[in-house]
Design a binder for this molecule. Structure first.
Ligand SMILES: CC(C)(COP(=O)(O)OP(=O)(O)OC[C@H]1O[C@@H](n2cnc3c(N)ncnc32)[C@H](O)[C@@H]1OP(=O)(O)O)[C@@H](O)C(=O)NCCC(=O)NCCS
Length: 207
């Protein structure tokens, strides 16, 4: 029988984090961060106090092998850490920041918006060989537990409108589409997202 555990991330998970976060936004992140997305993500993950930090990550392991990851934070953490996250991105993008700043601001204007009392599921991914085994669903349960702890009353996320498989899963888990973002064009690619949300019932918060 498989031994499945979910645990908080640590700096030693940087390699898996950088691969999994890339899987979660396979075209969008490289469009924003350029070709060295993995390297930037590996570095920023190891720093505390930012929105891509190991502090906000959860990993699911099957028989001691990492199979997937979720990254999430609440409205207060976002407010506290957004500026430092930007500064770290400037540091790691180095000179290419100048060519990327326009896209970063564009992206910031349409995804990742969080209102008071909301918890944001920023990224989720399972390695292809581990998909359709219920692991994504388990990661969602963990995110829900974590959001309960932070006092949030809603979980929100942004999903690309063409990611049918993920949308189907989120709907099954009780998320509803709230709005469609304006499209964002980055070089040749155009992106648009659904904002999805799930209201956490006060008397049903631990399920
Ligand atoms: C979305 C993702 C995290 C789900 O993880 P998972 O471990 O496969 O999810 P689960 O096994 O818990 O859920 C499976 C559900 O996903 C859908 N699904 C799973 N495999 C599928 C397949 N081969 N084809 C279509 N839908 C599939 C179904 O809705 C399924 O529900 P069901 O079991 O009732 O049929 C995973 O597919 C993934 O990493 N995708 C790439 C990254 C990504 O898109 N991230 C989300 C960005 S917002």
């Amino acid at each position: 029988m498989d031994n499945i555990i979910i645990r908080k991330g640590g700096t030693e998970d940087a390699q898996d984090f950088s691969q999994l976060i890339l899987l979660s936004a396979a075209t969008f992140f490289p469009s924003i961060f350029a070709s060295n997305t993995e390297e930037i993500m590996r570095k920023i993950f190891q720093q505390p106090g930012n929105l891509f930090s190991f502090e906000h990550s959860y990993f699911i392991e099957v028989n001691n092998k990492i199979a997937g990851m979720a990254l999430g934070y609440n409205w207060e953490q976002k407010r506290r850490e957004e500026l430092y996250t930007g500064l770290l991105l400037v540091k790691y993008l180095k000179w290419s920041f100048i060519t990327r700043i326009f896209y970063l601001f564009k992206a910031r204007g349409i995804v990742g918006k969080i209102s008071e009392n909301e918890y944001y599921l920023s990224n989720i991914a399972v390695y292809p060989e581990f998909r359709a085994l219920g692991l994504g669903t388990k990661l969602f349960s963990e995110i829900k537990r974590e959001s309960d702890k932070t006092g949030a009353n809603k979980i929100v996320l942004d999903v690309e409108t063409n990611n049918k498989r993920a949308i189907k899963l989120y709907e099954k888990l009780g998320y509803i589409i709230k709005w469609k973002t304006p499209s964002i064009k980055i070089k040749k690619e155009t992106f648009e997202f659904f904002r999805m949300l799930k209201v956490l019932e006060q008397d049903n918060k631990s399920t």
